[in-house]
Design a protein around this ligand. Structure first.
Ligand SMILES: [Mg+2]
Length: 290
């Protein structure tokens, strides 16, 4: 069953609070009700917390700047986005110095450069061993994806190995009032379908995903919180069942759903009927700390 809760109760029960950004603290333009007071309260009480967001299109300083514009002053060291996980991916997979092609915004290139990759221009796609689909902006989809599937096909036939990376697993994102745009993950679905069609289902031809609902973004939150000396219990507060809640559940972290974002189930009864993988432990009706 899903239990009604408050921020204060969660802060008493858990050492570190993890918050999704969009739909919980902010929308496209503004901070949501109570978000500013919540951040002020967390900072003044010294509570351990992190913002875990899939958006890889902005660097951390740029994201922090946007938060300030939106009236929700989250310090840089509290923000974990799927882009900032890229350098660790390169180091962990011995890819420092690896010839890499990036599809994405200038901020995405920065994350990849930080990982020590040797970034090649798109014209040298054939020479790359690593392909990062960082964002939907900054390149022409049709030409780039045609070139990429052609290159991967040739590499597989030649027996060459490669790594595929998708920092942000979100298929779409809100781009205005009731308007959506396709994100890089939609292109990855297309590419993976093509490779299955050509070569069958082989894990080597799949993209590694870093953001929610996958584990790497939660690993980073756990690592940072432990480095800061906070205790080892966490709760994830989010608005999306398939990313925030499913991700936390799979990782073994209790989850709380808010009613301000994309989720349309607003009672503990409705939430309690969900299948276990996406069922939140808590329902949080407001960000109020009063
Ligand atoms: Mg959200």
């Amino acid at each position: 069953m899903t239990e009604l809760t408050t921020i204060r109760q969660l802060a008493e029960r858990y050492d570190t609070l993890l918050f999704d950004s969009y739909g919980v603290l902010v929308d496209e333009a503004y901070g949501l009700t109570g978000a500013r007071e919540l951040i002020d309260w967390l900072e003044s009480t010294g509570k351990s917390y992190y913002i875990v967001t899939n958006d890889a299109s902005r660097s951390i300083p740029s994201r922090a700047g946007k938060f300030i514009e939106q009236g929700v002053p989250v310090p840089e060291h509290r923000i974990i986005n799927s882009g900032c996980l890229i350098p660790r991916f390169f180091r962990n997979n011995n890819l420092v110095g690896a010839p890499t092609v990036v599809f994405g915004s200038p901020d995405a290139y920065e994350h990849v450069a930080e990982g020590g990759a040797d970034i090649l221009p798109h014209a040298q796609l054939e020479d790359a061993d690593v392909f990062v689909l960082a964002d939907d902006a900054g390149y022409d989809w049709r030409t780039s994806m045609n070139d990429l599937v052609t290159t991967l096909n040739r590499k597989i036939l030649a027996g060459e190995s490669f790594k595929l990376l998708l920092p942000n697993p979100d298929i779409i994102y809100p781009s205005g009032e009731r308007a959506y745009s396709f994100a890089a993950a939609a292109l990855v679905d297309m590419l993976e379908s093509a490779l299955v069609r050509l070569f069958g289902d082989d894990p080597a031809y799949r993209f590694t995903r870093l953001g929610k609902p996958f584990a790497p973004i939660f690993d980073e939150a756990v690592r940072r919180s432990s480095e800061s000396g906070a205790g080892a219990s966490f709760v994830m507060i989010g608005d999306q069942l398939e990313t925030d809640i499913a991700g936390a559940n799979a990782y073994g972290i209790p989850s709380a759903i808010v009613t301000t974002g994309i989720n349309r189930l607003h009672t503990t009864q409705e939430l309690g009927l969900l299948r276990e993988t996406v069922r939140p432990v808590y329902l949080l009706e407001s960000l109020s700390t009063g």
